[in-house]
Design a protein around this ligand. Structure first.
Ligand SMILES: *Cc1c(COP(=O)(O)O)cnc(C)c1O
Length: 329
């Protein structure tokens, strides 16, 4: 079944490649491992947010907006790709970043500045709590802002991953590969919800395994509740009719997030070095380093059969490596 698409503005290079990590599988004596290279989406060093932004930008242009506004951590890949999308399509960009102004401009923050984004520092909060104030002041200045939520995870952003799953199934059919498990870093939920809705609509029987990255804050809804709601909304947006995705169907492995968001420990460091040194592929310190660390640990604990096939969805993020030089060397 081919899905009916939504308005889309081309920002990257698709389909992204699929490669097999034969040496890593051999080294771990584990399952076959493939990687979906969304680190190669091509928009200012790439990443999974490029897919979401293709639909956000189309929506913004359709609504006659002239400014993209979003939020994230100082090393947000989502913010960097939003800044690049704005440059490419002639929009202004305002980013609300957690933390304080710093002279240590590196990694994604350096790229945000090179891409010409306007940066607002938001102290302890990094999930867009200050966006309403910024919208007010932009509106007073006669601007028409378009707000992209934290991580780009609303139904429009998640829909991009429904279409990504369609892209994947077409590649798997032509390569004649069957995937038992899809493993990836799951954080603001758009990727996870989109892959879930996509596999329901396209009858893909791979298990969708999100590795929890951010343990969240007190007062936030449980993550699987958010994933279920977002999946329901995404299904509605694409199909024009409702569906109920049960919370308990979402697999989020929370065993690897206890050190907290953005903290690099031995798990992440070993995974980054191992994949770099066996396959020449760069992971990132916050998301894919942790998710690959989890996958490696699960393989060592024999949670996957050697006859099985795992697809690791590489969601990008390597620009942040440069900001973590001190802990990675
Ligand atoms: C944003 C991001 C993720 C998480 O995707 P969500 O859709 O927010 O869950 C994973 N990896 C990288 C590198 C990211 O930038």
């Amino acid at each position: 079944m081919l899905l009916h698409s939504l308005p889309r503005t081309s920002l990257g290079f698709f389909p992204t490649p699929i490669v097999e990590l034969k040496k890593l599988s051999h080294k771990l004596q584990g399952p076959r491992i493939f990687v979906k290279r969304d680190d190669q989406t091509g928009l200012a060093l790439g990443g999974n947010k490029t897919r979401k932004l293709e639909y956000f930008v189309a929506d913004a242009l359709q609504q006659g907006c002239d400014t993209l506004v979003t939020a994230g951590a100082p090393q947000s890949n989502h913010c960097r790709q939003t800044a690049a999308a704005a440059s490419l399509t002639g929009l202004d960009c305002h980013l609300v970043l957690g933390g304080q102004p710093t002279i240590d401009v590196n990694g994604n923050l350096l790229l945000d500045k090179l891409l010409g984004a306007n940066i607002h520092w938001s102290g302890d909060q990094r999930k867009g709590e200050q966006i309403p104030n910024i919208i007010d002041s932009l509106t007073v200045q006669g601007k028409k802002p378009y707000v992209i939520p934290y991580g780009g995870s609303n139904a429009v952003g998640a829909a991009a991953f429904v279409f990504a799953l369609e892209e994947l199934t077409q590649q798997l059919t032509s390569l004649n590969i069957n995937i038992d498990h899809i493993v990836f870093a799951s954080s603001s939920g758009g990727t996870h919800a989109g892959l879930t809705v996509g596999s329901a609509l396209l009858n893909l029987d791979s298990q969708i395994v999100g590795i929890g990255i951010d343990k969240g804050e007190a007062g936030e809804l449980p993550y699987s509740t958010c994933l279920a709601q977002l999946s329901n909304e995404t299904h509605q947006l694409i199909m024009g009719k409702g569906s109920q995705y049960p919370e308990q169907d979402f697999i989020v492995n929370t065993d690897y997030q206890s050190t907290g968001y953005g903290v690099v420990g031995d798990l992440e460091k070993e995974a980054i070095q191992l994949v770099a040194q066996t396959e020449g592929i760069l992971l990132d310190p916050v998301y894919t380093g942790r998710a690959m660390g989890a996958l490696i640990d699960m393989i060592r604990n024999k949670q996957f059969d050697r006859q099985e096939t795992v697809l690791f969805w590489h969601t990008g993020g390597a620009p942040a490596l440069f900001d973590y030089a001190a802990v990675l060397t």
